[in-house]
Each structure stands twice: as structure tokens, then as C-alpha cells.
Design a protein around this ligand. Structure first.
Ligand code: BT5
Length: 268
């Protein structure tokens, strides 16, 4: 029996938007894919889809997301922030990153950090390894945001291993339980996450973009670090100096030129 079920997830959930409706599946292709269908069919915001296992879990840019059954939190949340300008849509990814950090810190004694643009890092043996990732997908209608499907994968109780898209998870990834040194309560972590997502979403809706940006920026382990940014066209090396309120990364190259990177991937 899994510790997760739609009833257990929703029970006394102190949330106004997040988790208004919950669907839980023991196995699914990808929670993002099913939620995109629900979004296109006109479902109201707040719908949450949770899976115990994904057989076609996705990262960004066609990459994969792997997790053995029962080991992780795999979920997607439907939001309809029509009040947010499309140019500011990255605020939803910021919101997810900050809420994930806050939820982990609320549930267990660990300090979480973020890696630009969408990774959550936890400390293991003096290093910081990836324990969660965010995949936001957006659809516009008539120049406004129609929906955002906010996907999150959190490694909870497993030691990540195997090579995915050329990256060795045994070296680069960790989980909440591995960083903690003991198993973590997956349902407690999920409920903390839903409540932090809700609080952050309501605050953003009330216009608190600057506060969200400041909290996201303060958690970015990437700032001040040498980075290699993989861009759609070629690679850029430099130092990550700062981020802009849009979420763009400012990278200073060896020749002193400043580059503003809107989307990409950083290795360090
Ligand atoms: C991400 O992509 O980090 C976003 C991952 C989002 C996954 C969730 S699960 C629920 C929802 N439904 C979905 O189908 N997806 C979302 P990206 O930055 O592109 O990172 C992907 C890379 O992370 C892969 O190429 C691997 O190298 C690595 N990776 C794969 N599985 C991992 C894991 N469990 N832990 C850490 N790294 C992993």
C-alpha cells in the first residue's frame, strides 16, 4: 500500500487554490502530460495530479526524469495566472523553487538551495546535489497566459543512480532521505509543499512579485560561481553575477562582456 492517495493528500489541506481537486495514480506516463490534457479540457486551476511512478517522466528539452515506484514525489499543478504578463511567467518557476525549499526545511532539518534555473540542491558531504527539478509548461491564448502546468519531481527515499542523458545520477543527484541520513515522510513533505505553494501563489496573486524574486535570488547557489551556460547555439563560460527580475541570468565572460541569458542550463 502506498502512503499516498487522493484522500490522504487532500485531508484537511490548509490551501485555498492548490489541491482543490486531486487525482492520484499508482502509475502514469507523465503527470505533466495528463495535466496538459486536463488544462486543454478547461479544468479550473488548483487541480493536482500525483503519481507514485511515471514511465515517461520528462525533464526540460526532451530530457528524462527517473524515479523508482514509491521513492519520490511526482506531481503537477494546474494554475491559471491570467493576471501575470507572459513575460513574467518565470515567476511561477521561482515560486515552485522557493516553495520546495520552504517545504523541505519545514519537514526536515535540512537547508535547501536552488540552482538556476530550475534545480533544487541539498547538501551531501560538503557538496550540493540535485534532489528536485521543476518543469513549467505554459500556454497562451490571445496574448495572455491561459494555463501553466507546474511539474515537480522530488527525490525522497532513494539513492539516485544510473546515467540519464549522459549524466551520472550517482554523482550528481541525491534525495531528501539520503541527505538526511534516514527515511523522510513522503506524505508530510507533500502536504508541506502544497501549503507553501498555496501561500506563495496567493502572495504572488496579490502582487508580491518583488518579495518572491528576493527570496528566490537569496537561495540561488549559482550566484558568484563560474558557470558554463549551454545555450541553444553554443556554449558560454563566465561567472554568474546576478539574476534579473524576469529570471534571466547575468553572466560575465572572461573578456568582461556581460551576457543576459533567458533560458539555458548551467554546469559549474
Ligand atoms: C528537470 O529537468 O529537472 C525537471 C524535472 C521535472 C520532473 C517532474 S516529475 C512530475 C512532472 N511530470 C513530468 O513528466 N515531469 C515533472 P532538467 O533540468 O531538464 O533535468 C533533467 C535531467 O536531470 C536529466 O537529464 C537527468 O540528467 C537528471 N535527472 C533525471 N532524473 C533525476 C532525478 N530523479 N534526480 C536528479 N536528477 C535527475
Amino acid at each position: 500500500m502506498s502512503d499516498l492517495s487522493a484522500e490522504a493528500i487532500q485531508r484537511a489541506l490548509p490551501a485555498q487554490v492548490v489541491g482543490r481537486a486531486v487525482e492520484y495514480y499508482p502509475q502514469l506516463g507523465s503527470t505533466n502530460d495528463l495535466l496538459r490534457q486536463r488544462a486543454r479540457a478547461g479544468q479550473p486551476e488548483g487541480l493536482l495530479i500525483v503519481a507514485d511512478e511515471q514511465v515517461a517522466g520528462r525533464g526540460r528539452l526532451g530530457r528524462g526524469w527517473v524515479a523508482p515506484p514509491g521513492s519520490s514525489l511526482l506531481l503537477s499543478l494546474l494554475l491559471r495566472p491570467g493576471w501575470l504578463a507572459p513575460a513574467d511567467a518565470f515567476a511561477i518557476t521561482m515560486l515552485a523553487g522557493v516553495a520546495l525549499c520552504e517545504a523541505i526545511e519545514q519537514a526536515v532539518p535540512l537547508r535547501a538551495a536552488l540552482k538556476w534555473p530550475n534545480d533544487l540542491l541539498l547538501p551531501v558531504g560538503g557538496a550540493q546535489h540535485k534532489a528536485a527539478g521543476v518543469l513549467s509548461e505554459i500556454e497562451l491564448r490571445d496574448g495572455a497566459i491561459d494555463w501553466v502546468v507546474l511539474g515537480m519531481g522530488v527525490n525522497v527515499n532513494w539513492a539516485p543512480r544510473g546515467v540519464v542523458d549522459g549524466r551520472d545520477l550517482g554523482v550528481l543527484a541525491t534525495s531528501v532521505g539520503a541527505a538526511l541520513g534516514r527515511p523522510a515522510d513522503r506524505l508530510a513533505l507533500l502536504r508541506a509543499l502544497l501549503s507553501r505553494l498555496d501561500a506563495r501563489y496567493l502572495a504572488l496573486r496579490q502582487g508580491q512579485r518583488a518579495a518572491l524574486f528576493a527570496d528566490w535570488r537569496a537561495r540561488l547557489a549559482t550566484l558568484g560561481q563560474p558557470v558554463q551556460v549551454r545555450l541553444p547555439r553554443g556554449e558560454l563560460s563566465g561567472v554568474a553575477e546576478d539574476v534579473e527580475p524576469t529570471g534571466a541570468l547575468r553572466v560575465r565572460d572572461a573578456a568582461g562582456a556581460l551576457h543576459v541569458v533567458l533560458a539555458g542550463d548551467v554546469g559549474g
